[in-house]
Design a protein around this ligand. Structure first.
Ligand code: ATP
Ligand code: MG
Length: 163
């Protein structure tokens, strides 16, 4: 069972790193579900509940694998912060996708307490990390920003979430 899961995951990563890339139309729902699937093992291990909200599926034109990569970075960051908070009664990640006239929005929210305001201006810098160097290199958000802004004509920001 476990090894089947792992070989599925390896297969996913093989396709994921396939360099022959071209912009294509894809389903946002499928891409987000795929990212959740690829994160499943680490989420289960840390007993994190991930909820995904999307009213109606949306068609997106772009690099599907890059969006998966960005989502894996964001989910991974949430997992890291949640795993470090041993006192939390529940560890939760919400992914909320929606659309208005201007854009499609994908919010990744966790209850790990947020990013401290003094480091918010630095989190997208290359090699900025608050983690031990065996855990983080600090390139996750830098790479994500490059992909979103250079390839998806998008924006990536972070803030303390107030419902
Ligand atoms: N969900 C989050 N909650 C709290 N802090 C966060 C969150 N996401 C990012 N951060 C902060 O931003 C920093 C930079 O994140 P980034 O993903 O670029 O690097 P990293 O996670 O430290 O290392 P890497 O992604 O290379 O493994 C993190 O070290 C952490 O301090
Ligand atoms: Mg990271």
């Amino acid at each position: 069972m476990l090894s089947q899961n792992m070989s599925d995951t390896l297969e996913d990563f093989r396709t994921f790193f396939n360099p022959n890339k071209s912009k294509k139309e894809f389903s946002l729902k499928e891409v987000i579900q795929k990212s959740i699937e690829l994160s499943k093992y680490q989420l289960e291990r840390e007993e994190i509940t991930l909820n995904f909200f999307l009213k109606e599926d949306l068609r997106v034109f772009g690099f599907k694998n890059e969006l998966i990569h960005v989502l894996l970075n964001l989910i991974g960051n949430s997992k890291d912060v949640l795993a470090s908070k041993t006192e939390l009664p529940q560890r939760i990640i919400h992914i909320i996708a929606k659309e208005n006239e201007q854009a499609i929005y994908i919010n990744v929210i966790d209850n790990g307490g947020g990013i401290k305001s003094d480091i918010i201006p630095k989190v997208f810098d290359p090699y900025f990390t608050t983690k031990h160097k065996s855990v983080g290199t600090g390139i996750g958000l830098f790479m994500s920003k490059q992909m979103v802004e250079k390839h998806m004509d998008g924006k990536i920001t972070c803030k303390k979430y107030s419902p």
